[in-house]
Design a protein around this ligand. Structure first.
Ligand code: MV4
Length: 446
């Protein structure tokens, strides 16, 4: 086992990793920006190194500084958390060539999923259903028109270097294709330094259902069922749950088998997520693969009883996956508590938290790095806490969440708590009849 791990991240995920390391008797090194001097990850780690000014680009994305911090502290491995450098193949490669174990998938796996069109081709070859559309990147307009007529309008244009909704355009008729194709390509070039665009049939109001997968260094790959992440706003997930109220056990089995087949085809090691869109007819299609631990991983931990961060560290150290079937049970829901004002278009609301009271009790979990007196910096992601409830049934998990939200008090800044209270009371949500357009048609923001 590793003796010392550097955590190349901040916030609740840095704390989450530090806690597991302590349980395993592993020493920890925190890195932090000047904006995070008073953060708990700095205080809870055995050692902490300042890696630069507040801007992410100069701190949490600063590869030479992070590698230097690992070298001076003699860390043996790096946990990247999520966001920042977690899916940066260049960072994983530099870790490896510096003699540091990158706690995540191989450079090859990250690369094979980083280009979204190539990832789709890879999955198609592995016989995982993919959304109908172009084979890879589309370079000229004439081909784009042919593909669009082939799959039928509407179509969606996506950046091969994008993901998570950035740089997408929906095209409803042939005469809109040319200008959108040119604009999408220009935007992709500006945003990602890669003008590549691919085309898909646009699915109306799909469900976003993702499968947690896990691989070890010996070719074993398992899945740990799904998370339904359909409740999103502008491609930011707000509520996640497992199991999905939309899929049958038969569909779950088919999607799980496809997720494992896809992950195995890229020799996947560590925690990963196969994202699928599911249409109203229950057809499922691979969309992208996230080659990292995700924000919403606690939902899966609650229903499986497995510690996914601990598993990542153990697998990275060469441990074999336990393949005996994990039988998920019960229902888990996560609400993302962000420092944002839901009454004002989810405008960021950084600043000092004056008072902070956490809910608790049986089946209630809170992952947070915040405390009374903590100043939420304006420089990073606005997530301040993940509130997770677990109960035998979905209805009980929702009721427990409503109660926990009631108890959760944050003063000094705005949070998404009032929004989540409305969701938990919403009839469509409670009935389990929601898809990715829920926020629009539920009128929940009005
Ligand atoms: C789609 C789609 C419909 N059809 N692709 C949004 C995030 C990005 N990863 C892909 N996204 C979508 N891709 C096809 N072919 C609809 C969305 C989409 C969406 C997906 C998941 C969760 C919320 C969403 C909200 C709007 C659009």
């Amino acid at each position: 086992m590793f003796k010392k791990i550097l955590i190349a991240n901040r916030g609740e995920i840095a704390l989450r990793v530090i806690r597991v390391c302590r349980e395993l008797g592993i020493k920890t090194v925190a890195v932090y920006s000047e904006a995070d001097r008073d953060s708990l990850h700095v205080r809870f780690a055995d050692e902490a190194i300042c890696i630069g000014p507040p801007s992410s680009r100069e701190s949490y994305l600063n590869i030479p500084r992070i590698i230097a911090a690992a070298e001076v502290t003699a860390a043996e491995a790096v946990h990247p958390g999520y966001g920042f450098l977690a899916e940066n193949a260049n960072f994983a490669e530099i870790c490896t060539s510096s003699g540091l174990k990158f706690i995540g998938p191989s450079v090859e796996s990250i690369n094979s999923m980083g280009d979204k069109a190539y990832a789709k081709d890879t999955m198609r070859r592995a016989e995982v259903p993919v959304i109908p559309g172009s084979d890879g990147v589309v370079t000229d307009l004439k081909l784009a028109v042919d593909i669009a007529y082939g799959v039928g309008f509407p179509v969606i244009l996506k950046a091969v270097a994008g993901g998570g909704g950035k740089g997408m355009r929906i095209v409803r008729a042939a005469d809109e294709l040319e200008k959108n194709f040119v604009m999408a390509s220009n935007e992709a070039e500006a945003a990602f330094g890669n003008p590549g665009i691919y085309i898909e049939k646009y699915l109306e109001n799909p469900h976003h259902i993702e499968f947690q997968v896990f691989g070890d260094q010996y070719g074993n790959v398992i899945h740990l069922n799904e998370r339904d992440c359909s409740i999103q706003r502008r491609h930011q997930k707000l509520v996640e749950e497992s199991p999905s109220p939309f899929i049958s056990s038969a569909l779950r089995e088919m999607m799980g088998a496809a997720a494992v087949k896809g992950a195995r085809s890229v020799n996947y090691e560590s925690a990963g997520t196969m994202e699928f869109l599911v249409d109203k007819y229950h057809n499922f299609y691979f969309m992208e693969m996230n080659t990292r631990i995700q924000v919403e991983h606690p939902v899966t931990e609650e229903v499986t009883g497995l510690d996914l961060i601990k598993m990542q560290i153990e697998v990275a150290a060469g441990k074999k996956l336990n393949k005996k079937s994990h039988k998920p049970s019960g229902h888990a829901i996560e609400c993302r508590i962000n420092a944002e004002d839901p009454a004002n278009n989810f405008r960021p609301s950084p600043g000092e938290i004056k008072s902070f009271h956490l809910p608790g009790g049986f089946g209630v979990r809170v992952d947070t790095h915040c405390y009374a007196g903590y100043r939420v910096p304006p420089n990073y992601d606005s997530l301040i806490a993940k509130l997770v409830t677990f109960a035998p049934t979905r209805e009980e998990a929702i009721d427990k969440m409503a109660s926990a939200l009631e108890e959760f008090t944050v003063e000094g800044i705005h949070t998404t708590i009032p929004f989540h209270q409305k969701v938990m009371k919403n009839d469509l949500y409670r009935a389990g009849t929601f898809d990715t357009s829920f926020i629009e048609y539920s009128n929940i923001l009005i």
